[in-house]
Design a protein around this ligand. Structure first.
Ligand code: G
Ligand code: G
Ligand code: MN
Ligand code: NA
Length: 253
């Protein structure tokens, strides 16, 4: 309860900030977007990672205003970058089931895009497998978001318990292969066959494959050879605040 009121206060005091991690097109090796990751600059404890407060914010329902702040701030940042001549193709924002369940979520997304003068294709929403499996209502919201033109990705793919049939049924565009599978692919590890199969399955279903947690050139080489579309990880860049992201990538564009 104490933390709950602390999160509430932190929102009011603007103690949250966003970091951006590059997504890389493996064909061209150019930056294809940025995943948005929230941080809490706690007045006493310093910068806290999402693991310290997201599930609490989900349990208390505070993820709804926090998530809206993240979405709006990320879209405003993209607008500002573009106005400044820094053309980031899209931002990818993590969304919790509690947000998706809220009536009018698709309308909120549409309003924020409109407010920022951004086409829906500039926004990607990352959802975990468990979220996607949750409810029939969630399915309807996904269809509304798809109709808007927002891109939808399945985050941490391969870590859930879900059946694969939902992939064909849901209007998702991208599979983000969890970094636990990527770790040993350069060393002919056990996961090579699994990752190869995941990429092939994405292709068969007409989805883009993104590899998470790419840390070495060997991993990137393997993934490129297997036809993986995009990658993300420390090899290309860690999550950093907006100014550092721009410094790192504006010149490369
Ligand atoms: O770098 P990292 O510790 O930032 O992120 C850990 C996890 O926290 C991510 O996998 C993501 O699922 C979650 N996360 C980060 N930012 C957000 C956010 O804005 N909303 C939600 N719901 N989850 C987030
Ligand atoms: O669950 P989600 O994929 O949304 O969150 C991404 C998380 O993975 C963040 O905590 C981010 O800091 C972390 N991350 C991103 N790239 C790498 C990487 O190359 N290696 C490791 N170990 N973690 C990474
Ligand atoms: Mn994510
Ligand atoms: Na992940």
């Amino acid at each position: 309860l104490e933390l709950e009121s602390a999160v509430r206060k932190a929102l009011a005091n603007e103690e949250f900030f966003l970091c951006y991690q590059p997504l890389i097109d493996l064909g061209t090796r150019r930056m294809s977007g940025a995943e948005v990751l929230v941080r809490w600059n706690h007045p006493e404890q310093g910068v806290l990672p999402p693991a310290r407060f997201i599930s609490l914010a989900e349990d208390s329902g505070l993820i709804v205003p926090l998530g809206e702040w993240v979405l709006r701030t990320a879209c405003r940042q993209l607008r500002a970058w573009r106005d400044d001549g820094f053309d980031v193709p899209r931002v990818a924002v993590n969304i919790s089931v509690r947000q998706l369940e809220r009536k009018g979520f698709a309308a909120l997304v549409a309003a924020i895009l409109d407010e920022c003068g951004l086409p829906a294709s500039s926004l990607e929403l990352e959802l975990t497998e468990s979220v996607l499996m949750e409810t029939e209502e969630a399915f309807e919201v996904l269809e509304e978001l798809d109709a808007l033109g927002v891109r939808l990705s399945v985050d941490d793919f391969g870590t859930g318990y879900s059946s694969l049939s939902y992939l064909k049924r849901l209007p998702v565009h991208t599979l983000k292969i969890d970094r636990s599978f990527i770790m040993d692919v350069a060393e002919h590890g056990n996961n090579q066959a699994i990752v190869r199969a995941m990429i092939a399955m994405a292709k068969t279903l007409g989805l883009e494959a993104v590899a998470e947690g790419v840390e070495s050139a060997g991993q990137a080489e393997f993934l490129t050879g297997e036809g993986c579309d995009q990658a993300q990880g420390y090899l290309f860049g860690k999550p950093v605040p907006s100014d550092a992201f721009r410094l790192a990538w504006a010149a490369a564009e």
